[in-house]
Design a binder for this molecule. Structure first.
Ligand code: NAP
Length: 522
């Protein structure tokens, strides 16, 4: 890849911004990968292109036809996935990390294509329910329909999942008939750009249904209104800034946020050393700390264990962390790659410093790490860092997200204590309970559910097939209340419906049948 400005794909052509742009460095070598600028690009023309060319092209397709286009785009990505793995390595990803993003991305699109083909009607309108009688004579009733808004979907994505983050938003928008403009995060925009290039070159998607702007989007929100949808993933502070834009506060642009969160995992009192659940808990924590070097919004940041098991758990996690090999993706034996860049590493070190005020660092050193296959001074490498906070009254572990290979182990005394600690995260994307005790599991799941978008129960029965704490599934809701942004993505067809306008239609049964074509579909 040259170090010229990274192209954007707007109004049907590849275009480059002007100026110096923001430099993006290779996470492993520190060399410049590309420069990112949107200066001089005409975002107004891109929005017009989406509203006209893109919208009209999608409107001509039925739901199953859109599903077919989505499937073809996903298969093109699958076919060329090696190119995306190679680029992801420059962002610090091992092959396993890259698969989470790349295979997770086209896999999600394929699941949506299947849902669209099998679960949506052979048309462009969803009839949601049977007519509800509204009068005693049976001459007047109401029914809900879902139609495509006259708008566009703008995605603003986080750096950690340039492919999956784009596909999980693109898929439901495309099925809903809403054209998309993607704004990737700058540190990994070159991976997103290549994924868009593959989809464009495949010719699978209708013209105007997918556009990409690499760089800033000043003025874009001024062009959005009540028919448009913004899907944001990133930090809580950026979410707060965008949520307060007049597009959202005055013109009611739909705004869905997925923000950072302090996800928990709890070990049950039954899961003592020697029980399968004890080992499953330790493995899950180490996996969540090391996959993508802990740069996962769903990673376990708070690990709660029965007070009497604190020593045993901490020692077992330390031993497992000690077996990790940090280094260049692809180098012999490496099991954990680099953070996306050195400034991200600085942020994680600062956050870890705050966590260190509440607990003792029991594994790792924030300032040095042995690195395999790369120069530790040039790459954004960081040791896994495990904190142990015996005093759970401190606020930091419940408030500070260190977006890297960092977690804090804390004790709890009983279920009410555990649930009050869980709630101190003020809303999370994912939680997990690791126990084979049905009563404990029930109490924790029901007690934690109000604060979570997803709760996973891990035990000896489910372990072999379990998709794991940190993996959102396209069939299931992804998103969480409160600090996690208050949004919902995925969840099967729920995400498609979230892009459609629900309208209650009232009239005589004959009129309703004429409008809706009869019964709910499918
Ligand atoms: P970020 O700094 O908040 O950036 C997120 C996105 O917002 C980027 O595309 C960024 O673009 C863009 N942005 C920043 N300021 C903007 C503005 N004024 N107008 C429009 N766009 C703007 O977050 P990040 O560092 O990329 O991602 C890490 C965070 O995301 C973590 O806190 C993590 O927990 C969270 N996250 C959440 C999820 C989830 O599903 N809930 C998933 C992944 C990550 P630039 O890069 O060009 O500045």
């Amino acid at each position: 890849m040259s170090t010229d400005i990274l192209p954007s794909y707007l109004a049907g052509t590849w275009q480059t911004g002007t100026g110096e742009g923001r430099e993006v460095a290779d996470a492993v070598t520190g060399e410049t990968v590309t420069r990112v600028s949107s200066d001089g690009l005409d975002l107004g023309a891109a929005v017009d292109h989406a509203r006209t060319t893109g919208w009209n092209a999608l409107a001509e397709l039925t739901f199953p036809e859109r599903a077919g286009a989505l499937k073809a785009a996903a298969l093109a990505l699958q076919e060329r996935r090696q190119e995306l793995y190679d680029l992801s390595a420059r962002a610090g990803c091992t092959r396993a990390d890259a698969k989470v993003d790349v295979d997770g991305g086209f896999g999600t699109a394929l699941v949506y294509a299947s849902l669209g083909r099998k679960g949506l009607p052979d048309g462009t309108v969803v009839v949601e329910d049977d007519p509800v009688p509204l009068g005693k004579q049976g001459t007047f009733a109401g029914q809900h329909i879902l139609t495509t808004p006259r708008g566009i979907a703008v995605q603003v994505n986080a750096f950690n999942f340039p492919v999956w983050g784009m596909l999980e938003k693109l898929a439901p928008a495309l099925l809903a008939g809403v054209p998309t403009l993607v704004k990737p995060a700058t540190p990994t925009a070159y991976v997103a750009e290549h994924a868009v290039r593959i989809m464009v070159e495949s010719g699978a998607l209708p013209e105007g249904s997918l556009q990409l702007v690499c760089g800033g989007v000043d003025g874009l929100f001024d062009l959005l209104g009540g028919q448009d949808h913004v899907g944001f993933t990133g930090s809580a502070s950026t979410a707060a800034r965008l949520r307060s834009d007049p597009a959202v506060t005055e013109r009611s642009t739909h705004f869905n946020a997925e923000a950072d969160s302090l996800n928990f995992s709890a070990l049950g009192p039954d899961a003592t050393p020697g029980q399968p659940e004890f080992d499953l808990f330790v493995q899950a924590l180490v996996t969540e700390m090391s996959v993508k070097a802990g740069q996962k919004c769903t990673a376990i940041r708070r690990a709660f264990v029965p007070r009497g098991q604190l020593d045993a758990v901490t020692e077992a996690v330390e031993a497992a962390l000690d077996a990790l090999v940090v280094g260049a993706p692809g180098a012999e034996g490496v099991t954990m790659g680099a953070l996306v860049g050195r400034s991200q590493r600085d942020d994680v070190r600062t956050a870890a410093g705050r966590l260190g005020q509440a607990g003792r660092l029991v594994f790792g050193d924030p300032d040095t790490v042995a690195v395999t296959g790369a120069d530790a001074d040039r790459g954004a490498f960081l040791s896994p860092l495990l904190f142990r906070a015996d005093d759970t009254t401190r606020s930091e572990p419940h408030e500070v997200e260190a977006f890297g290979p960092v977690s804090t182990v804390m004790p709890y005394d009983d279920v009410p204590d555990l649930l009050s600690l869980v709630a101190r995260g003020r809303g999370s994307l994912a939680g997990s309970v690791v126990s084979h005790d049905g009563g404990f599991v029930r109490d924790v799941v029901l007690g934690a559910a109000a604060h979570h978008g997803r709760v996973l129960v891990l035990d000896r029965d489910a372990a072999a097939e379990s998709t794991g704490h940190g993996t959102p599934m396209p069939q299931l809701v992804h998103g969480g209340p409160g600090r996690a942004g208050g949004g919902q993505e995925e969840g099967g067809l729920r995400a498609v419906y979230a892009h459609l306008q629900r309208t209650a239609v009232q009239g005589s049964p004959a009129v309703l049948a004429a409008v809706t074509g009869g019964a709910p579909q499918p």
